[in-house]
Design a protein around this ligand. Structure first.
Ligand SMILES: Cc1cc2nc3c(=O)[nH]c(=O)nc-3n(C[C@H](O)[C@H](O)[C@H](O)COP(=O)(O)O)c2cc1C
Length: 175
């Protein structure tokens, strides 16, 4: 019994190791999600994100429960999602490598108040603002299902910022 349990444990560890090796090599687009609630503003870089419905349009964004952004986003009715471009490395470093627990990110970048008071950054290939429809618990991250209601499309020719360009960045907050 004990050896079965340990075999299952070893198999589980092998699965986790294979999973981590494979996801480390994936390429996926990077976003910055911003929110405002109760007089606070927050934003963090997010890679765990995907479109999850066509009609109606829906986007799923996964935010770590430990991030400063989480508490603000959890209280917000609206999230703004910025689609990062290849030239947005500085914004990626600010929003992915610093935490709102320690710094005011919005004193260090250009932005203006947008829908729901959420900051709209002067960065990225474009952005959407969406109503938060649902919070889905996923372990150490929570999924925010968002329905876009407005947005802006920037220069369509700008290449996107992908995970591989920022995978060595040390996250500002432990997940
Ligand atoms: C490459 C990369 C991908 C990341 N993806 C996510 C993600 O999908 N979800 C998330 O909650 N945090 C993600 N982070 C971590 C946060 O962006 C980071 O910890 C940030 O500093 C948190 O800021 P905050 O504490 O102000 O919210 C990622 C960081 C990096 C470097």
């Amino acid at each position: 019994m004990a050896s079965e349990a340990s075999e299952a444990g070893e198999a589980g560890e092998a699965g986790t190791a294979a999973f981590e090796a494979l996801v480390a090599d994936l390429e996926y687009p990077m976003f910055v999600v911003t929110a405002a609630a109760d007089g606070r503003r927050a934003g963090c870089m997010v890679g765990f994100a995907t479109q999850c419905s066509l009609a109606p349009a829906r986007l799923l964004l996964c935010i770590s429960k430990r991030n400063f952004t989480f508490d603000v986003a959890a209280r917000a009715a609206v999230l703004v999602v910025h689609f990062l471009g290849g030239e947005d490395l500085e914004v990626a470093r600010l929003f992915g490598g610093e935490t709102g627990d320690q710094v005011d990110k919005f004193a260090r970048c250009r932005w203006q108040p947008g829908p729901g008071g959420a900051p709209v950054l002067e960065a990225g290939r474009g952005w959407i603002a969406g109503n938060v429809l649902e919070h889905v618990p996923f372990g150490d991250h929570v999924g925010f299902v968002v329905e876009p209601f407005t947005g802006h499309v920037g220069d369509a020719g700008t290449p996107q910022l992908g995970f591989q360009a920022v995978r060595d960045l040390q996250p500002g907050h432990g997940a």
